[in-house]
Design a binder for this molecule. Structure first.
Ligand code: PLP
Length: 428
């Protein structure tokens, strides 16, 4: 395949040591939960393309909406021009979310949506003359993106805080208040440092890229109480958890508390094209209103509110209204619990957990994630183990037999006598 061989000399892969990274699998076509590779191999996708393709690939309703938009207007700048797909999407998102969350800012990736959330939280205070409240309180195990601003609020190790020290802004990153000791430490931290803080940011219910670590809804209620007490902006980063992934449309619904800012991306367009939103309360928006241009939000990505992405997102919301996605998430959850549970007794497994349509098998160690990935490919599935976990976040439309293929593949690979994942042969 000459395009792959030629391009391999020029492409720089994500999260990869290029000296040793194996070449990627050539994907030719997608449909439903399937990825068709060159040469005729078909893989069942267990992770919905990094948690995006919630309706499966190529859903005809989204495809038709995007095709119509492509003919009418693939893109037009958002500064000074408005278009129906974006204005309709903003209205629908505001209607979908609880009331004070009414103001939608469009961007083109999750990381940038979080950057905008940080900017809104801090500038709202600057606009009101509070110049010392510029820090964002974040949590260990958290992940909010790969840009420099978001790296600074990721887990210090994952965000490479020491490697990039001096370059990254410094924000406090502490333990999530999930038990008596961490609640006490969190409360004390706020008592001592709240005056420097603009906001608290968290991935509600599941820290995704940090290892699919779950926490109880009561944690979010504690954060809400603390944010109210100290007058802090509470940001829920639902870029991973939004759109049914945890069993409810948004994870925060399970806690019965509403954030001041929510960030959404990934499944927003049903995995069709890049689009993200930062949605803020009326009160935060009001902090930017004045007679002076100096208090405006100075942000505007070239491709913000791209009409193709907005058309896809509107079509995706149609599907949440017309097809039983949350019931499908509940069925996936039950099947994951039943079919992953037997992994608990397999060698090297330290935990099995399920939250909504997220299934996780945690191992003591995975020395060779690339080897493990290829062993899973041999079983006809596309799953991307990382850190010490193998996880499933399939399309919410996946058929029960396809899901069984995924869970069966994990069980078989973990039961194999030759533990490809436990011997370090290759960096990935
Ligand atoms: N926030 C969360 C919770 C995420 O899971 C991710 C990506 O995995 C991001 C932000 C960054 O999104 P993007 O990769 O689109 O920049």
């Amino acid at each position: 395949m000459s395009w792959l061989e030629d391009g391999w000399r020029h492409v720089w892969l994500p999260y990869a040591q290029m000296a040793t990274a194996p070449p990627p699998l050539p994907a030719m076509r997608t449909e439903g939960a399937k990825i068709y590779l060159a040469g005729g191999r078909v893989l069942i996708d267990g992770i919905a393309s990094w948690w995006t393709a919630c309706h499966g690939y190529n859903h005809p309703h989204i495809r038709d909406a995007v095709a119509a938009q492509l003919n009418a207007m693939p893109h037009v700048m958002f500064g000074g021009l408005g278009h129906e797909p974006a204005y309709r999407l903003a209205t629908r998102l505001a209607a979908l979310l609880p009331d004070p969350l009414n103001r939608v800012f469009f961007t083109d990736s999750g990381s940038v949506a979080v950057e905008v959330a940080i900017k809104i939280a801090v500038q709202a205070r600057l606009n009101r003359g509070q110049r010392k409240r510029t820090k964002i309180l974040a949590f260990r195990g958290g992940y909010h993106g790969d840009t420099l601003g978001t790296m600074a609020i990721c887990d210090p190790e994952e965000g490479m805080h020491s490697l990039f020290s001096g370059l990254l802004p410094e924000h406090p990153v502490i333990s999530l208040p999930r038990d008596a000791a961490s609640v006490a430490a969190f409360d004390l931290f706020l008592e001592e440092h709240a005056a420097t803080l603009a906001a608290i940011i968290v991935e509600p219910l599941v820290q995704g890229a940090g290892g699919m670590v779950f926490h109880d809804a009561s944690v979010l209620r504690h954060l809400r109480r603390a944010a109210d007490h100290y007058g802090l902006t509470l940001i829920f980063d639902e870029i991973f958890t939004g759109f049914g992934r945890t069993g409810t449309m948004f994870a925060f619904e399970q806690a019965g508390v509403v954030p001041d800012i929510i960030t959404l991306s990934k499944a927003l367009t049903g995995g069709t094209s890049p689009l993200a939103v930062t949605i803020a309360t009326d009160e935060l928006f009001a902090a930017f209103l004045s007679d002076s241009p100096d208090t405006a939000l100075m942000h505007g990505p070239t491709f913000m509110a791209n009409p193709l992405g907005c058309a896809a997102a509107n079509a995706s919301l149609d599907l949440f209204e017309t097809e039983p996605r949350l019931a499908q998430a509940a069925a996936i959850s039950a099947q994951l619990k039943e079919e992953l549970e037997p992994c608990r007794s397999l060698p090297g497994v330290v935990d099995v957990r399920v939250q909504g349509a997220i299934g996780v098998v945690e191992l003591a160690r995975i020395e060779n994630p690339a080897g493990l990935r290829m062993a899973l490919v041999e079983q006809g599935v596309w799953i991307r183990p990382f850190r010490n976990i193998i996880y499933l976040t399939p399309a919410l439309t996946i058929a029960p037999d396809e899901l069984s293929t995924l869970t069966g593949a994990i069980r078989r690979v973990l039961s194999a006598r030759e533990n490809v994942w436990s011997t370090r042969t290759r960096f990935s």
